[in-house]
Design a protein around this ligand. Structure first.
Ligand SMILES: Cc1ncc(COP(=O)(O)O)c(C=O)c1O
Length: 446
């Protein structure tokens, strides 16, 4: 454990109750702490580190750009890295001639996407459209609007009066279907709930529906049934509601395709990305939209009314260009799909353990949900802190995992995301499975 423990040091940590290990450096799929202990980065941080740690060409691209010009205001100048990056991102967007704006965090990108949607409707003369529909469970970020869209009771409680109000429909979280139905006899009730909610609010009130494409941490990599997103797309079209795809966790290859939308032939109106865009070398997020949306603003002589000091940051854009080059050059997205299948098959073997309720996901975004009772899918009472103990034991064994709680009923529910860098080998896949099996046994015995 680090000596930099609250309240000793000056860092205000999110978790004030326990100390964090101090990492000295990272190489490839591994991190090394102060004492030289080696950790397999089984979650890429928060599903961020796609190309691995310590990649020289990204470091050199960043330092090269910093040496030329580290900062320019995106309101005063443009520059090669941002022009190049927008071109590269546009290549994998599901619509032609996409327009992309670069910010810093995923939460900011979500806020900017909401503003873009709202501004579009204002320019279209539909000024009543100021409501957003999102899903439960979901996670879209920690700023007040993004948190308002999210369904995360434990993050929201203290701030409830300050949050953006949004309507929430049920996510296609089939393992815990709220109607206790199963696919396909469910007839996609969760998708049609969107139409009911639009009708309830009035279509002249609803600006956009925001959705994770494949679930992130909030539903532990839940993959929707094949037609879910097509139904949702049709409902949005029919009701003049924009569709915002939150690809902050899933985008840039994480699910084995450049965008999770590609698995479903989904063409949203706005896409937000973050995390893997720079593989975490520096913070960068993006809001991408169809040219049609910004054309309206252009024709009316308007600007997009969102900008921040660090938008289009030259060093961050240079890092992203180098990251995307690396992904392309080494065919890492294709590799992610292949090795992701191998990993998921291996992890499926854990289903025989009584505490493993479900294993799901796509590419290298895999969720393992833990239960007290496998048959009844009963979660552990929150007070038992199952996943906290699980993640701590895995860390002890040198495996980093990403935990989530609350998905079962808002309070209870324990799962981990396994989301390693796209460079893990077959040997490391086995290592992840072995360590997970050892943790399951250890906790059971305890
Ligand atoms: C799906 C999704 N949306 C939005 C966010 C918020 O991104 P950030 O933490 O960079 O603000 C996250 C972060 O985990 C996420 O997973």
């Amino acid at each position: 454990m680090s000596q930099y423990q609250y309240p000793k040091g000056n860092v205000l940590y999110r978790n004030l109750q326990h100390a964090l290990p101090l990492i000295k450096y990272g190489r490839g799929a591994y991190l090394y702490d102060l004492k030289g202990k080696k950790y397999l980065d089984g979650s890429g941080g928060a599903a961020v580190v796609n190309i691995g740690h310590g990649v020289r060409e990204v470091v050199e691209a960043m330092s090269g750009q910093a040496g030329k010009v580290a900062y320019l205001s995106g309101l005063q100048f443009t520059h090669f890295p941002v022009e190049k990056l927008a071109e590269q991102v546009a290549e994998f967007l599901p619509f032609p001639e996409g327009k992309v704006c670069f910010l810093t965090s995923g939460s900011e990108a979500v806020e900017a996407a909401l503003k873009l949607a709202r501004q579009y409707w204002v320019e279209m003369g539909k000024t009543g459209k100021d409501r957003f529909i999102s899903r439960k469970p979901s996670y879209h970020g920690n700023t007040l609007a993004a948190l308002g869209l999210s369904a995360r009771k434990h993050y929201q409680e203290a701030f409830r009066p300050m949050l953006l109000k949004s309507s929430k429909i049920h996510a296609p979280y089939c393992y815990r279907c709220p109607w206790e139905k199963s696919y396909p006899t469910c007839q996609m009730k969760c998708a049609y709930e969107l139409e009911e909610e639009i009708q309830r609010l009035g279509k002249d009130k609803v600006a956009a529906f925001i959705t994770e494409v494949i679930g992130g941490s909030s539903t532990g990599a839940s993959v929707p049934p094949a037609e879910y997103l097509q139904i949702v797309r049709k409902i949005c079209n029919k009701n003049d509601v924009l569709l915002i795809a939150d690809e902050i966790m899933t985008g840039v290859g994480r699910t084995g395709k450049w965008l999770a939308c590609d698995h479903f032939d989904l063409v949203p109106d706005i896409i937000v990305m973050g995390k893997g865009l720079t593989s975490g070398y520096v913070p960068l997020s993006a809001v991408a939209t169809k040219k049609g949306l910004t054309d309206i603003l252009f024709k009316r002589g308007k600007s997009f009314l969102h900008h921040q000091t660090f938008a289009h940051h030259p060093v961050a854009c240079a890092a992203a260009v180098a990251t995307l080059n690396r992904l392309r050059k080494n065919s890492l997205v294709q590799y992610c799909a292949r090795i992701g299948d191998v990993l998921q098959k291996k992890l499926n073997s854990l289903r025989s353990h009584p505490r493993v309720g479900d294993v799901r996901g796509r590419g290298l975004l895999i969720g393992i949900e833990f239960v007290k009772d496998q048959k009844k899918k009963k979660p552990f009472p929150r007070a038992q802190k199952y996943v906290e103990r699980f993640v701590a034991s895995a860390l002890e064994k040198g495996l980093i995992l990403w935990p989530n709680i609350g998905h079962a009923d808002g309070t209870n529910g324990d799962l981990v995301l396994v989301a390693p860098p796209f460079i893990i080998t077959d040997r490391e896949v086995s290592l992840i499975e072995e360590k997970l099996a050892a943790v399951l046994t250890e906790i059971e015995e305890a």
